[in-house]
Design a protein. Structure first.
Length: 632
């Protein structure tokens, strides 16, 4: 059966996790006094911030952390598991200060930590992680980075270096001699072994596991590293075994296989003599449901099943190998961060609205085939829809051929395109119960193109690079059935900046008059990876961001507003000499022979105004006949 429109809830019950709800015509936060995203957006815009907005909701970060810890504590109790549960956030997922500061603030009760994979991230972890909370350090490391780890533990940080190769362990031994040569009681970071499993994940990140993966020790290297620690009397520092089989792990089965493999490696090392070994780090990969359609759900398990499998398998392996049950660590960043951020962007234009009956330019005498098309349109009904649809498509081909041969003019061609589009659109509605491939194909032809004031490369790079879909819906008019199959165009000068209509994953939006109504789209689950991977393609920069925080009475406040960079700041970021640009523009204007001095002064003021703003579009919108204007 061909579905003409999505359900009015846009699949919110699939991806929303009860974080949002639809009340009347708007989508609202399911929190405190349940403000609508429309109200919040209008509140921000009333302060003069236009263009796309990134709204952050710190309470959703806290909810995810609480849910993660809660499920593992429940599973521990259910299976009488004696090890502890602990989590760290991988900074690569989102390093932006308004997120990290909120993350550390709302996670204080959980002793939540950070994971670093570079020197800059390690500095962030050292400066933001409370003393005693765990820091894990992954990725390739040089002597200076390992030296920073030694400095961190001398500060009192609870830090574990996860080695990716035997060479890193040799560097740790060297740095240890430099830092602790004169000390009676050496201060050394805890050490973890990242293991290269045979087990692989699934999906786009499956190559994070398996023998060909980029990171981790093979079995041979693992034994070499163990002997090296033993030789240098550092076995008391071997604390953690770590593995990771990929981000956005959609299927639970590969994790269970990897847990058995890693658990047995852990137990072997423990029984071999690694007496201080006490933790197994299962990495990230806990998936987020992005789909808006039940038939295309991305994950086949719940957080409850995930926690149960991890705890149960670690308990069974520990029991069979007669070892103490290890502490369990996770580095689930996507699960923690994705839901907290929502991108709001205004629609600037609908590009197919010319296909309306009012746009027809019929003449007193029209070509016979155009007249027949008009008659088909006027007499179209359920009983003749399929026949008239086929006739109209045949007439269109004939008329376009006549145009190419010079027998009809541009008005006739325009009337042909409009009438055939109207016939297709009405036929699909009349034949909506007939789910044929022909109708699906035609539905793609009548899609509406929505020009939206944002950059997909800056705000949704995973869509551009990986075709990762995000939940999209309007923030108003949700009490009205949307009828337009929608393609979304961003404002970059790049044809890849398009979220095209997919009949198998359809998005329907409202048929609006942008000259009369503001229409905003919300892109959900954008808090993980999208910001840090966003690129300044066409020199569009990070949207203005706002943190939405709530007081004890349940009212929200707009806090920590960071305004989108202006044009000169963006040019400065990519190492242009903006002072030289400024002087050259001024010199060119002052030397112009085309205008007088008063005009030069006026234009100079305008150019400085333009340079002080960001690159997102500002569109004059006529609200009524008196020309009251607003900017988007």
């Amino acid at each position: 059966m061909l579905k003409i429109v999505n359900s009015l809830d846009y699949g919110i019950d699939i991806w929303g996790e009860d974080n949002f709800l639809i009340k009347g015509s708007t989508i609202n936060l399911n929190y405190k006094k349940q403000p609508s995203l429309l109200e919040i957006t209008q509140s921000v815009r009333s302060r003069g911030y236009k263009g796309p907005l990134l709204l952050r909701f710190p309470h959703l970060i806290k909810k995810q952390i609480s849910t993660l810890y809660g499920e593992f504590e429940r599973a521990k109790e259910e299976f009488n598991y004696q090890g502890n549960f602990q989590a760290v956030f991988p900074l690569k997922v989102n390093q932006y200060p308004n997120f990290i500061n909120a993350l550390m603030d709302v996670s204080k009760a959980y002793n939540y930590g950070l994971e670093a994979g570079s020197k800059a991230e390690l500095i962030l972890a050292m400066s933001h992680t409370p003393l005693g909370a765990p820091i894990t350090v992954n990725g390739f490391k040089d002597k200076e980075m390992i030296g920073l780890c030694f400095i961190a533990v001398n500060m009192g940080h609870n830090l574990t270096i996860t080695i990716e190769g035997v060479g890193e362990l040799q560097t740790i031994i060297l740095v240890n001699k430099e830092f602790n040569a004169e000390r009676e009681h050496p201060i050394i970071p805890k050490i973890g072994f990242r293991i290269r499993l045979h087990s692989m994940g699934v999906g786009m990140w499956a190559k994070s596991g398996g023998y060909s993966s980029k990171f981790g020790l093979t079995s041979t290297e693992l034994l070499d590293a163990y002997e090296l620690l033993k030789t240098h009397n550092l076995l008391d520092k071997l604390w953690m075994i770590h593995f990771h089989i990929g981000s956005q792990m959609s299927n639970i089965a590969p994790l269970k296989k990897a847990l058995r493999e890693a658990g047995n490696i852990y137990a072997d090392l423990k029984n071999r003599g690694a007496f201080a070994l006490g933790a197994i780090n299962i990495g990230g990969g806990l998936a987020v449901e992005y789909s808006q359609h039940k038939h295309a759900k991305e994950i086949n398990y719940s957080l409850r099943e995930f926690a149960n499998d991890v705890v149960y398998l670690m308990k069974e392996i520990s029991k069979s190998k007669k070892i103490e049950e290890p502490d369990i660590f996770t580095e689930s960043g996507r699960f923690i961060a994705s839901s907290h951020a929502v991108l709001i962007a205004p629609v600037l234009e609908l590009f197919s609205q010319e296909y309306h009956e009012k746009s027809l330019r019929l003449k007193t005498i029209n070509p016979p085939l155009v007249t027949e098309l008009y008659d088909l349109w006027c007499s179209l009904k359920r009983s003749n829809a399929r026949e008239y649809l086929h006739d109209s498509l045949d007439h269109m081909e004939s008329l376009l051929t006549l145009f190419d041969l010079g027998y009809i003019d541009l008005e006739d061609r325009s009337n042909t395109e409009i009438l055939v589009n109207l016939i297709i659109k009405k036929s699909i509605l009349l034949l909506k119960d007939e789910g044929t491939d022909e109708l699906k194909m035609l539905q793609s032809q009548i899609q509406e193109r929505y020009l939206v004031n944002f950059s997909a490369f800056q705000s949704l790079p995973d869509f551009w690079g990986l075709k990762q879909h995000f939940p999209i819906l309007p923030i108003d008019k949700l009490d009205i059935k949307p009828t337009n199959p929608a393609t979304i165009w961003d404002i970059t000068c790049d044809s890849d900046g398009e979220i095209d209509f997919n009949p198998d994953l359809p998005l329907y939006l409202h048929d609006i008059d942008i000259n009369k109504d503001e229409y905003f789209l919300a892109f959900f689950l954008t808090g993980a990876y999208q910001e840090v991977l966003g690129m300044k393609h066409n020199l569009f920069t990070h949207p203005t961001e706002v943190s939405i925080e709530f007081d004890e009475q349940g009212d929200y406040r707009l806090n920590k507003i960071i305004v989108s960079q202006n044009i000169m700041d963006v040019l400065d970021d990519i190492d242009y000499n903006t002072d030289a640009i400024d002087k050259k523009l001024k010199r060119q204007l002052q030397s112009s022979k085309l205008i007088n001095q008063a005009q030069k002064d006026e234009l100079l003021g305008k150019i400085y105004l333009y340079l002080s703003e960001n690159s997102y579009l500002k569109t004059i919108q006529a609200n009524n006949e008196d020309s009251n204007f607003d900017t988007l």
